[in-house]
Design a protein around this ligand. Structure first.
Ligand code: ATP
Ligand code: MG
Length: 538
């Protein structure tokens, strides 16, 4: 009886084992996952049949070294490393992805989940499961491609908006310039009304140049004349101008700290920032009564404080000088704050959306920071920070001194005997510059590139007092022409004219500097001043 029972028990146990093995095999062999195990030296011990279905290998080469199915995709290194780590440490590693080759060469992405089997502290086996994720990867790639295309189209769209914005503004200004010039020509130069048309054309031109300077400031390629100065002094000097720029209903409160350290910056660009902020503040208040407060001060900023900056580049911790413009205007919601610095983003009917873009460009170029606080209906505070100069740096800079300031130039009759060589490849600019120099009483010789300039100079070297030389020209550029002229007559006086900033231009003349630089577009009085300065020097 007991023997019978024993046999029956064993049979039952065997049946149960077989049943559970079969269940397990059913799961393993019918799963869409591939199960495997391999030794630490990568020999396969088990590979479930699903592998053949996915990879198409014959059952006989099913036990091949699985590593041979790896493609040479560098992304696979991560997985190879994870397996090595699992073998070395005996600890399971995070899931990883591999790119494998099917028998017909198709690439198949799998996600691998594996763990080491450890005996006596040593890894004896790796067991794991692969899942075919090729479809998922494909969908992911498509989504990324879609996103990329979407971003591209957004970029194109904003480029379109930008080009449209610029074209629109310039068209209006050009219309004003052209129309007023036409009227002046029709009326005749002597006609007093023509004078006012000309004045209008001039105003429109200055506005066009203001537009380009805002755009150049945004791109960080604006004119840059770095000086050492006190921000509070600059704000105080501007007080009159600021009062004139805001609406009559708004009162301005100035609170400048006179004891702040100096900064090293371009004062013209800092003025541009102040103006842009003040005008925005005034426009935010609209025609209503309100207050704009301007304050300057000094602030010690650590990394955490500078994290708050709205600029992508966070400057280094240290001492900063700040300018804050606070208004009691309409304030901004989150959406507006996010787009505040986008070029051509505006919520105003006549806005160009360039003011804050220019502020961003200038502050970035000065390695500064911008803090922003605003709430709809409660007003806005914008604080721009510039790195403060250590006191000895400031003293050094003060010692050097700037350029001597030119006295007022009065046209002198003796210029009638002097000859100026004007060189420019742009005919319009050449004509204009010729006319300006003639207006001053000089005799003018002209050349339209460096080569021609050198030829003319060689023939007239004795009589030419001054050369006004464009920098970018075909055949021979200004820098090279300058050296040739110096070789002919070492004491020749040259004013270099260029659309680039003086700082940039000076790189072209590393050893021998020209007598002066003038930036295009230049106004008559500017050229007059430069010529006066150069003539007085020697
Ligand atoms: N102080 C402020 N208060 C409320 N909103 C502001 C303030 N400053 C800027 N904004 C918002 O940010 C937008 C962009 O300002 P930005 O100065 O760049 O352009 P704009 O003033 O519209 O035009 P532009 O300055 O070129 O004439 C504004 O249209 C406005 O919606
Ligand atoms: Mg503005």
């Amino acid at each position: 009886m007991s023997i019978f029972n024993d046999v029956a028990d064993r049979k039952r146990a065997e049946d149960a084992l077989r049943e559970s093995e079969e269940k397990l095999r059913n799961i393993v062999e019918n799963s869409t996952n591939v199960f495997y195990s391999h030794t630490p030296d990568q020999r396969l011990v088990y590979l479930s049949p699903q592998f053949e279905k996915i990879f198409g290998y014959d059952p006989k080469d099913r036990m091949l070294l699985w590593t041979e199915t790896l493609t040479d995709n560098p992304a696979n290194q991560k997985g190879i490393h994870a397996t090595e780590e699992a073998i070395r440490t005996g600890k399971p590693q995070p899931t990883y992805e591999l790119e494998l080759k099917a028998k017909d060469g198709r690439k198949i992405w799998v996600e691998v989940n594996e763990s080491p089997v450890v005996r006596d502290g040593k890894t004896v086996m790796i067991v794991g499961a692969l899942q075919d994720i090729t479809q998922r990867k494909k969908a992911e790639k498509e989504r990324m491609e879609m996103e990329r295309r979407f971003q591209q189209s957004q970029k194109l769209e904003s480029l379109g908006i930008m080009a449209g914005g610029i074209a629109h503004d310039f068209n209006n200004l050009l219309t004003a310039i052209l129309g007023n010039l036409d009227l002046a020509i029709l009326g005749g130069v002597q006609n007093p009304r023509s004078q006012s048309f000309l004045e209008q054309a001039r105003k429109a031109t200055l506005r066009a140049s203001d537009l380009t300077s805002q755009m150049l400031a945004y791109s960080g390629k604006g004119k840059f004349h770095v000086k050492t100065f006190n921000l509070s002094g600059l704000v105080d000097e501007m007080a009159g101008l600021l009062k004139a720029s805001i609406s009559k209903t708004v009162s301005l409160s100035l609170n400048t700290d006179q004891s702040i350290p100096s900064i090293k910056a371009d004062p013209a660009q800092i003025q541009q920032i102040i103006m842009n902020l003040i005008v925005n503040a005034s426009e935010a208040i609209g025609g209503n009564p309100g207050i704009i407060s301007i304050a300057t001060g000094v602030q010690n900023c650590d990394e955490r404080c500078l994290e708050q900056s709205r600029l992508r580049e966070k400057p280094r911790p240290g001492l900063y000088v700040f300018l804050e413009v606070k208004d009691t205007g309409c304030g901004m919601d989150e959406k507006t704050m996010e787009r505040l610095f986008d070029p051509f983003f505006t919520t105003k009917f006549t806005g160009r959306g360039l003011g804050m873009a220019a502020v961003l460009g200038i502050v970035e170029a000065h390695q500064g920071a911008i803090m922003l606080q605003s709430e709809p209906g409660r007003g806005t505070a914008i604080r721009v920070l510039f790195p403060a100069l250590a006191s000895e740096e400031a003293a050094d800079a003060a010692g050097k001194g700037g350029m001597p300031s030119a006295g007022a130039f009065t046209p002198r009759p003796e210029y009638a005997a002097d000859t100026v060589l004007v060189v420019d490849d742009e005919e319009m600019v050449l004509d204009l510059c010729t006319a300006m120099v003639e207006q001053l009483g000089f005799h003018v010789l002209r050349a339209s590139d460096g080569r021609e300039a050198v030829d003319v100079f060689r023939r007239h070297a004795a009589e030419i007092t001054l050369v006004i030389l464009d920098l970018t020209m075909p055949r021979m550029d200004g820098a090279q022409a300058f050296h040739e002229l110096k070789r002919i007559r070492s004491d020749v006086k040259v004013i270099v004219s260029s659309g680039f900033s003086e700082q940039e231009v000076s790189h072209h003349f590393p050893e021998d500097e020209p007598a002066a630089f003038i930036e295009k577009p230049f106004e008559f009085k500017n050229l007059q001043k430069k010529i006066g300065m150069v003539m007085e020097k020697g």
